[in-house]
Write a protein that binds this ligand. Structure first.
Ligand SMILES: [Zn+2]
Length: 155
């Protein structure tokens, strides 16, 4: 068996096991390969990940930096800055009631969802893969709109 990292047009990455490279091509041609997250049938091999150790986070970093950030060379209007500051403040208030769990986020919300732990607000980090599988399990999570200083990196 060989394993390929696969990717759909929406950039959901997953692994597929095949008996050979030809088997991958054949299954693709017959429309048997679909994305487990969105069901898209246009599946191709993902570019090789550069490192093995912290595979997921490295890969994430690579994709994000390759995509780039949206930027502008105009001064943002003061109202917009004020609005952002207001939202950031509201977000900070909301997060005060929540506990930072870092990379254990997925594990934590899963235990709460399945009743292994009492429900409590938490925030932390989730990879795209983790976010996708939580969504599949019907666990609602929301992105933090304004990135904040990462408590794991403050030391
Ligand atoms: Zn997909």
């Amino acid at each position: 068996m060989i394993v390929f990292d696969l990717v759909c047009p929406d950039d959901h990455r997953f692994e597929g096991w095949f008996s050979s490279s030809a088997d991958f091509t054949e299954q693709g041609d017959r429309g048997l390969l679909t994305c487990p997250v969105c069901g898209a049938a246009d599946i191709r091999k993902a570019p090789m990940a550069p490192a093995v150790s912290t595979r997921v986070s490295e890969r994430q970093g690579t994709t994000d930096s390759a995509r780039g950030k949206q930027v502008a060379n105009i001064e943002l209007p003061a109202e917009l800055k004020d609005a952002f500051a207001k939202i950031a403040k509201v977000q900070a208030e909301a997060l005060k009631k929540s506990t930072w769990v870092g990379k254990k986020f997925a594990e934590e919300v899963r235990s709460q969802h399945y009743g292994e732990k009492d429900e409590a607000p938490v925030h932390g980090k989730a990879t795209k893969e983790e976010a996708a599988s939580l969504a599949e399990e019907g666990i609602a999570i929301a992105p933090i709109l304004f990135p904040m200083a990462d408590p794991d990196e403050l030391n």
